[in-house]
Design a binder for this molecule. Sequence first.
Ligand code: SF4
Ligand code: SF3
Length: 548
Amino acid sequence: MSMFCYQCQEASKNSGCTVKGVCGKEDHLANLQDLLIYVVKGISFYALQARQQGIGLEKINRFTSDALFMTITNVNFDQARFIEQIKAGLVLREELKNGIGEAGGIEGYIPDASTWWGDTEAEFMGKAEQVGVLATGNEDIRSLRELLTYGIKGIAAYAEHACNLGYEDDNLYQFMHRGLAATLDDSLSADDLVGLVLECGKHGVDVMALLDKANTLSYGDPEISRVNIGVRNNPGILISGHDLRDMEELLQQTEGTGIDVYTHSEMLPANYYPAFKKYKHFVGNYGNAWWQQNEEFEKFNGPILMTTNCIIPPRDSYRERVYTTGSVGYEGLKHIADRKGSEPKDFSAIIEHARKSSAPEEIEKGEIIGGFAHAAVLSLADKVVAAVKSGAIKRFFVMAGCDGRMKSRSYYTEFARQLPSDTVILTAGCAKYRYNKLNLGQIGGIPRLLDAGQCNDSYSLAVIALKLKEVFGLDDINDLPISYNISWYEQKAVIVLLALLYLGVKNIHLGPTLPAFLSPNIADVLTKTFGIAGIGSVDEDIALFMGE
Ligand code: SF4
Ligand code: SF3
């Protein structure tokens, strides 16, 4: 068997993983993921028709987000879950088709993805080999179809978090279905697909705004906070990923048990929300970005809850302590079931596990500062504007995005370290771990590193930029003294990038490598239209950005 996947920044040789994923994904699993995407595309074709006929799509919408989320890099490595999901998707698709039939039927061409059926794993594998990324022969069309699909995966992930808090927007689901169905349509030209990719960016802004609303209305506006990175002597539970509702329910269920809670990687920003800060057993953040979890999980000693990406293949030394939930999965790890209606998830198993664990081993000491989401930064607006006007702040650098394993990512540490002292870094996402423990100092009481939160909180950075544009009376967001040096890894970073393009941001530098899924022609279009560029050496790039 073989596979082909080039959806993340670590694609082998910056071309594609063909034998086994650098992420640890085996060929069998990669092919099942391809087939699940194909099934979701087939469902999407019918969902468009069903929506016009007024057929309720609640189950279909949820299925769409969940299935797409499962295929994001480092979310789910459990083959059995994919087989179950493919089967469930085929059943849902048939129900949808029957509903459409009763409401008047569908005319015209129906794609294979909407008619194909299989019962057994062998049939699934046979089909998967025909429907993967390389099934699209023309490399530019393939590139655009995949770019669109990855952007939609990002939308799906953020939509699922918002939905978990009770916030949904049917326009987002409608676009997911329209975009995915478009990838099955051979009559669409490259220009048509470019149009959809740009439209995807609009929905990226919308879904991040929706999630921002869901998070802040549920848990308050993030506050400027000092976060402890040391440990205490009680047993602890480490929670990672991006899902704040899981965070809330874990804090509620551990209160008064004598067990402490720590965040890891992208859950760090939970420390900035007033609704979570009030818990005395919420100690702080342990460790760094996702790719360091092997060493850090080993030392944590207690159980670990993965609410979303990034999970990596666990070492035997700690694998029996890892629990997954939601879209996350890994063969052999314990999975905490979804909520039933309005009931919270049941975290009793992980709490019992923690009772029998020893306290975490200390790996760091001290505090880091964060919580500079839009509300907090805008409350400092006068100070910020005065510092820009006086020249005390010469330039802002948006360094949002993802961290990853590649050694070349030390570029971002050096870039942050070597930036002139009259510059301020705006960050979001796990990219921050490359420089959030450097002592970068402050400018007139404003820290030189402002962390807005998770990757989805890149929305906050856009709100801040738009506000500054208004305050300075500028017509074009690109006239602001802001440069964008974004690091990417998985598909949520793709939707963040498309959202920035939709907002009109030009000259974004993207690294540590440009996506393997951009064909030379499509990369050329992005360069000519938006000025997208890769990264060079730290010295050259700083000189370039500072206009020297
Ligand atoms: Fe390779 Fe990334 Fe795909 Fe994993 S997700 S198989 S590392 S391209
Ligand atoms: Fe990180 Fe996986 Fe993307 Fe939410 S946790 S930013 S990589």
